[in-house]
Ligand binder design. Sequence first.
Ligand SMILES: [Zn+2]
Ligand SMILES: [Zn+2]
Length: 196
Amino acid sequence: MPEDLQDLQDLSRSERRRLKRERGKAERGLAKGNEEKKRRQKKLLAYGIFLTGIIIVAYAGLNLFPKTTPPAAVIGPAPNDHWHATYEVILCGEKQEQYPETPGGVHTHGDGQIHIHPHTPLQAGENANVRLFFFSVNGELKSDYIKLPGGKEYRNGDKCPDGKEGSVKIIVNGKEREEKEKYPIKDGDKVRIEFG
Ligand SMILES: [Zn+2]
Ligand SMILES: [Zn+2]
């Protein structure tokens, strides 16, 4: 074999080895790339599952706390409830006698108690208030005015026998109520209607 041909064969042999090495490297690289791709896909899948989980949890949470607000709590008694409260009427420091039995959904049986058993919605809820009780005893009660069953009237600014100007106060369980005559009476209340 001529020397240069031998060289050429050697060259091609070493060339072939180089090519083989390179192909191997490339294949390994490709395999590595594929692995990375697979890993990335797995990661994406994991993220997807994670996000889906969050969405499901969030949705469940929204369902647990629905946006629709529950119906507003009804103030006062419903028709056919039967509540009791005590009452006192104190005018210029003088406690009045108990009223005799009276009619209506918010009334008394002459026992010093307010009986609240509404027959209609008009006597129930917020309507079952101190004003309705005073209407039942044949008086009239406003935020600044009291008319007794006998017709005697007290207006804010009127003077009591002691010379002091009086005003209407509705005190429930020891606390003065801003709602005054509109205070809806609750079961077990101690109601004091005062002028002084
Ligand atoms: Zn009763
Ligand atoms: Zn009754």
